[in-house]
Design a protein around this ligand. Structure first.
Ligand code: ADP
Length: 543
């Protein structure tokens, strides 16, 4: 007969991350650059108390376990209190990306049936317009003090955040419930079709927090000062609001001030050691420091993911600024962390250039995530770094179902990511493309990411996108759409010549066109669908 373990059964609850932070690191700071423009300082201890008060306030507004509470807000301490006050009390925190089209925001609120919406001051005009047509929304809470409340507005149930919190006494015990209860919902950005909701549980979120903080993952320590550039509405800021509570480190919240100059100022004034965000945001910061001859005094590591980080960006950070880049891959359906570029001990004696090559890949999986690549028939492909296949994953924080959609997204018990990848013998995964972005030239596949990475290393290129253009003979051929660096001069021919010796000749793009700006999605990724539309009638010189 099997012997059962004889250890305590304590459900993994999000509230426990915060109570731990408050009890053991209660005086550690949370610093926020507010929408109001000033710098605000609080602590984990204070955030825990105010989260309890917020939970009381939500109950007073009539919220019951399982009710969805939406947020349209930037990174800041109030948003952090909402994360914990909502999930901790058994409600479901639904973060919404304010950069989506208004009709998409409305669609998502309605799909999630949000009962309360919390909103930052500068996003209020959007909410004021949408809410009258959203019967599910019973209350709107403006995230500000009494003095900033608008005098003229048309909403019947508008509340002031600070008034709600101040009215409560904080005598509230975090409830205990099943760890599989829903804690939060994030929607995919839905570049094709409607957005889909991923519902995270308390268990999956806490396990994700444990794993993401590990040394071979994001390596978050109590001595770090972390500034998440990635917004709290983009897959819960990659779990940073949870993992920082778990380790009890200082957190710096940039609000909506994400331009290079504002970020640099905050990195320096708050002695930030670590950050995380998508590649596009770092282009802005790097341009700013370069143009002004600046250096970072405390910034040591940044996690870059969400789309492929160009190797040239990794080099610039490391060689010019002494900042280590950890390349990470993940997605909304994975809470989001899947793999990270970290070395193994057997790599320690390799020359720098070879180490760099390994670190350019999207990396190896963290414990809790298993992966495989399969061909069109679903047959697993070898891990040899050459064979490509559709990337599939499974694990403790991978979705099994989308919210409100009956049909399971799983294939044979695995979640198909929609990415095409290779995996090498050491388990390092490399994304070649999203399957819908692959360029198919005469039956052969060309990786758009590889073509982009080459041009991103050219000194005159600010940003480059590779898309498929129609070709009468090859069906599709690659073309590059390029934004030059301010003041830089470069020709189409020079950029095409730049590919020589870097990729097989047949993969060299057929054309380069220059634009002033590339379209991005609401999460800051290249908007390939839009680009393909823009260039659908483009005539290649080779056609
Ligand atoms: P969406 O943009 O659809 O909301 P996510 O933010 O969840 O979704 O994006 C997930 C996708 O982003 C992945 O499937 C992958 O295509 C892409 N992605 C994320 N990280 C990387 C990376 N490091 N390299 C290449 N692609 C990445």
């Amino acid at each position: 007969m099997s012997l059962m373990g004889q250890m305590m059964q304590m459900p993994l609850l999000i509230s426990s991350l915060l109570t731990h932070a408050a009890r053991h690191n209660g005086d550690t700071e949370i610093v926020s650059k507010r929408v109001e423009g000033d710098i605000h300082r609080t602590t984990w201890g204070e955030v825990e108390l105010r989260s309890r008060k917020l939970a009381q306030a939500l109950a007073r507004l009539g919220c019951e376990p399982g009710d969805r509470v939406g947020t349209l807000a930037w990174n800041g301490y109030r948003h952090l209190e909402i994360y914990y006050g909502v999930s901790g009390s058994g409600l479901v925190c639904h973060t919404i990306n304010p950069r989506l089209f208004p009709q998409q925001v409305a669609w998502i609120i309605n799909d999630a049936q949000d009962k309360v919406i919390f909103v930052d001051l500068n996003i209020f005009p959007l909410v004021e317009k949408l809410v009258p047509n959203l019967p599910c929304v019973k209350h709107v809470v403006l995230m500000c003090g009494r003095d900033d409340m608008p005098r003229d507005h048309s909403l019947p149930h508008l509340h002031c955040y600070e008034e709600l919190v101040e009215a409560e006494n904080g005598q509230y015990d975090w409830p205990t419930f099943d760890e599989n209860t829903a804690a939060s919902i994030c929607y995919t950005s839905g570049t094709t079709g409607n957005p889909k909701g991923a519902v995270y549980s308390h268990r999956s979120s806490v396990l994700h927090a444990f794993a993401s903080a590990l040394p071979d993952a994001m390596c978050i320590k109590a001595t770090d000062v972390i500034l998440p550039v990635v917004p709290m509405f983009h897959v819960n800021a990659w779990g940073i609001p949870y993992s920082t509570a778990l380790v009890g480190c200082k957190l710096v919240m940039p609000g909506h001030h994400l331009d290079g100059a504002s970020l640099y100022e905050l990195f320096e004034s708050e002695k930030v050691t670590m950050s995380a965000g998508v590649p596009t945001i770092w282009l802005g910061l790097l341009n700013h420091v370069k143009a002004n001859g600046l250096k970072f005094s405390t910034f040591k590591t940044t996690v870059i993911g969400g789309s492929a980080c160009p190797p040239s960006m990794i080099r610039t950070f490391e060689n010019d600024y002494g900042v280590e880049v950890v390349h990470a891959w993940g997605m909304t359906e994975l809470s989001p962390i899947g793999t990270l570029g970290r070395l193994k001990s057997k790599h320690s004696h390799l020359p720098a250039e070879e180490k760099q090559k390994i670190l350019e890949k999207q990396g190896k999986s963290v414990f809790g995530i298993d992966m495989r690549i399969v061909d069109g028939e679903g047959n697993p492909q070898p891990w040899n770094g050459v064979a490509t296949g559709d990337l599939e994953v499974r694990g403790h924080w991978v979705i099994s179902n989308y919210f409100n959609i009956d049909k399971s997204p799983l294939h044979d018990g695995w979640f198909p990511t929609g990415d095409v990848a290779t995996i090498d013998a050491d388990g390092y995964m490399q994304i070649t493309d999203r399957s819908k972005d692959v360029i198919k030239s005469g039956g052969e596949w060309i990786s758009s990411i590889e073509l982009e990475n080459v041009l991103m290393a050219h000194p005159a290129v600010h940003e480059a996108a590779a898309i498929a253009a129609h070709h009468p003979k090859w069906d599709e051929r690659p073309m590059m759409v390029v934004v030059k660096k301010p003041g830089a001069e470069v020709t189409r021919e020079e950029l095409l010549a730049f590919y020589k010796g870097k990729i097989p000749t047949w993969q060299t793009p057929d054309d380069v066109v220059f634009v002033d700006e590339l379209p991005h999605t609401a999460t800051g990724k290249l908007y390939k669908l839009k680009l393909r539309e823009m260039f659908k009638d483009h005539k290649l010189p080779t056609a």
